[in-house]
Design a protein around this ligand. Structure first.
Ligand SMILES: Cc1cc2nc3c(=O)[nH]c(=O)nc-3n(C[C@H](O)[C@H](O)[C@H](O)COP(=O)(O)OP(=O)(O)OC[C@H]3O[C@@H](n4cnc5c(N)ncnc54)[C@H](O)[C@@H]3O)c2cc1C
Length: 211
C-alpha cells in the first residue's frame, strides 16, 4: 500500500569539491609562513598532513575557507532541513513546495515511532489523512497555500555547499550528543564522505580542535 512506498531514509552524496583539498589548505598554510612563492610548491603527503594539522592546532581556521564541498541530501524531514538551513555559511537550494505538487507526499518516520505499534499506526493514519486533505486543497487552491497543511515530517531534498571551516563547525555542533538524531545522521554521513577526499583536514585525531 502507498504508506510503505512513501517512507524515506537519509541519503547523502558528495557531488563536487575543490580538487586536492588537503593540498590546497596546506599550500595556504605554507604561504602564511613562507617568504617565497608557493606557485610551484611540491608538497609530500607527510608535509601536507603536518601543515593541515598545524593550522587546526593553532586555530588558523581561515585556511580551510579555500576548500569547498557540495552535497545532495535527500530523505530528510522538513524539521531537519529547518535546522540545517540555520547554518549561515552554507549555500542551500531546496526543493520547492510552491512549484512541486506533493501529490503523494513522502515522509520520515522517527525510529521511536516506528518501534511503537500504536504510535506508528496513529502516525501513518494521520499522514494518510493529511495526504487526502492536501490533495483536496491543492485541487481547489494554489499549491503554495495547500502546503500549509503539510507536516514537519514531509520529506525534502536539497543541495548544500560549504567551505571546510564551516563544515568543521557544522560537524562539531551536529555530531555532538546534544544534536537531534536526524541532523546528526546527515552530519555523520557528510563527514564520512569528506574524510575520503580530505583525510588530513577531517581527521579523527583533530576533531577536538574544531570550533
Ligand atoms: C543542540 C542544539 C540545539 C539548538 N536549539 C535551538 C533552539 O531551541 N532554538 C533556536 O532558535 N535555535 C536552536 N539551535 C540552532 C543554533 O542556535 C544555531 O542557529 C545553529 O546551530 C547554527 O549555528 P551557528 O550560528 O553557530 O552556525 P553558523 O550560522 O553556521 O555560523 C558559523 C559561526 O560563524 C559565526 N557567526 C555567524 N554569524 C554570525 C553573526 N551574525 N555574528 C557573530 N558571529 C557569527 C559564529 O561563530 C558561528 O558559530 C540549536 C542548535 C543546536 C546544535
Amino acid at each position: 500500500m502507498a504508506t510503505e512506498s512513501r517512507l524515506r531514509e537519509v541519503r547523502v552524496k558528495l557531488l563536487n569539491y575543490t580538487p586536492r583539498p588537503d593540498y590546497t589548505v596546506a599550500v595556504a598554510m605554507r604561504q602564511s609562513r613562507f617568504k617565497g612563492s608557493v606557485m610551484s610548491l611540491d608538497l609530500k603527503e607527510d608535509e601536507i598532513e603536518h601543515l593541515v594539522h598545524l593550522a587546526i592546532k593553532l586555530g588558523h581556521f581561515s585556511v580551510f575557507e579555500h576548500i569547498s564541498f557540495t552535497f545532495a541530501v535527500e530523505g530528510i524531514s522538513r524539521s531537519c532541513s529547518h535546522q540545517f538551513v540555520r547554518h549561515r555559511f552554507f549555500a542551500f537550494t531546496q526543493q520547492s513546495q510552491r512549484f512541486i505538487k506533493e501529490s503523494d507526499f513522502p515522509y520520515i518516520v522517527p525510529e521511536s515511532i516506528k518501534n511503537k505499534k500504536e504510535s506508528y499506526k496513529l502516525y501513518t493514519e494521520t499522514m494518510e489523512y493529511l495526504k487526502d486533505v492536501y490533495k483536496k486543497l491543492s485541487d481547489e487552491v494554489a499549491i503554495e497555500d495547500a502546503r500549509f497543511i503539510l507536516p514537519n515530517a514531509t520529506e525534502t531534498k536539497l543541495v548544500a555547499t560549504a567551505n571546510g571551516r564551516e563544515l568543521m563547525h557544522f560537524f562539531h555542533e551536529r555530531i555532538s550528543k546534544y544534536a537531534q538524531w536526524e541532523i546528526r545522521k546527515v552530519a555523520e554521513i557528510m563527514l564520512e564522505e569528506v574524510k575520503k577526499v580530505a583525510p588530513a583536514t577531517f581527521n579523527e585525531k583533530m576533531k577536538d580542535f574544531y570550533l
